[in-house]
Ligand binder design. Structure first.
Ligand SMILES: Cc1ncc(COP(=O)(O)O)c(C=O)c1O
Length: 374
């Protein structure tokens, strides 16, 4: 394999440097403020962050948590889902989506995805509903919102709860509403590489249902509303004050950063529009995509060859996801065969993108892709 020239800086898939440079003084001040208060768990920063995030998203309640994984688990538990229940979801996602279903004792049921948006195929999801189905978890993958009218129609028809996995789509819009505020729950992750990322793990549940919000908040703190008065068996799943304070610094920039990602996606479309052998990501007319990833499909079995050639030029890319969840060792026993997801797993390639990616870097990436596939 061709080695990158030694003098060249590698192009990372995501460069958090510019964000950090923009905000470092404010972030350091926020950290100092927390250190000065001496309150590190469940203080004012978490409360304010919940208020500000709920206001930004346009939702009644936000419950800040320690991860996106726990957001999914606590959402399922808050709606009473457990052993004997089935939950329909996509296999073309990060493992945690399905893992949360198993964690509460329910069984994941996988519907295939649309090759265009990479999101749940709702016709197939409808065919999988049984008397045991209690919920559906659509995933707004790579920042592209799922067709939520279709999800709600299916959920209403069968009395299902809807937990939107919004880990990759903070700020995305569906017909003018924010992703994560349309179903019964929105489940967010603040993993550092997410569009709104913390400096460690973090997550959040959003809901317009006061009962669900109260249950999720109780489950977060060992099943108690009042200290030492535990009413449920819960978890320690709190977001800490330092993460909340730093997220509060970043939140006001999210629209600007998502716009930066959208502009970067437009540039890739212009640069790669005529390229042979690839398919660019779709953006449905209902979708306000926030391009957590810019994921192309590489045709004719050439994905790994293209990845290796870009690597040789110092360009990092990622395969999200190399194995669809139903084909992972842990879920093979369920016996699903889902051809679209399986084909996508061999075709997809996520290329560098970020809110402040240099257009010259994008030109280099695009030229390298075109050259590699010639
Ligand atoms: C689609 C999806 N769901 C769930 C998660 C889990 O989030 P976390 O890593 O914060 O637990 C992630 C992020 O890694 C994700 O991308």
């Amino acid at each position: 394999m061709e080695q990158p020239p030694v003098t060249m800086n590698r192009i990372p898939i995501l460069d958090l440097g510019p964000e950090m440079n923009q905000l470092k003084p404010q972030l350091m001040r926020a950290v100092e403020d927390v250190l000065d208060t001496g309150t590190f768990i469940m203080g004012e920063q978490v409360k304010q962050f919940e208020r500000e995030a709920a206001e930004y998203l346009g939702v009644e309640h936000a419950v800040a948590l320690n991860s996106g994984t726990d957001a999914l688990v606590l959402a399922l538990l808050s709606s009473g889902i457990g052993p004997g229940d089935e939950v329909i979801t996509t296999p073309f996602t990060f493992f945690a989506t399905a893992e949360a279903i198993s964690q509460v004792g329910a069984v994941p049921v996988f519907a295939d995805v649309e090759a265009t948006t990479f999101n749940l195929d709702l016709d197939q999801a409808a065919e999988l509903v049984t008397a045991k189905t209690k919920a559906i978890i659509p995933v707004h993958l790579f920042g592209h919102p799922v067709d939520m009218d279709g999800v709600l129609e299916l959920a209403d028809r069968h009395g299902l709860y809807v937990a939107e996995d919004t880990a990759q789509a903070f700020g995305a819009e569906y017909k003018g509403r924010r992703a994560g505020t349309i179903g019964d729950f929105g489940c967010f992750s603040f993993f550092p590489s997410k569009n709104l990322g913390a400096f460690g793990d973090g997550g959040m549940i959003t809901t317009n249902n006061a009962v669900f919000a109260e249950r999720a908040a109780m489950l977060r703190t060992h099943g108690s509303k009042k200290k030492y008065m535990n009413e449920l068996v819960g978890f320690n799943s709190r977001l800490d004050e330092l993460q909340a304070a730093m997220l509060r610094v970043k939140l006001p920039y999210i629209d600007q950063w998502n716009e930066g990602r959208r502009a970067a996606a437009d540039r890739y479309r212009a640069l790669l529009g005529g390229a042979q052998g690839i398919v660019l990501p779709a953006e449905a007319d209902y979708a306000g995509h926030v391009y957590h990833q810019f994921t192309i499909r590489v045709l004719d079995g050439r994905r790994d060859e293209l990845k290796a050639k870009l690597e040789g030029k110092g360009i990092s890319t990622m395969v999200y996801y190399p194995v669809p969840v139903h084909r992972l060792p842990v879920y093979r026993y369920l016996g699903f065969s889902l051809p679209v997801s399986e084909r996508l797993a061999s075709e997809v390639l996520s290329i560098p993108i970020g809110p402040m990616i240099d257009p010259a870097v994008q030109e280099l990436v695009a030229d390298s892709i075109i050259e590699a596939l010639r």
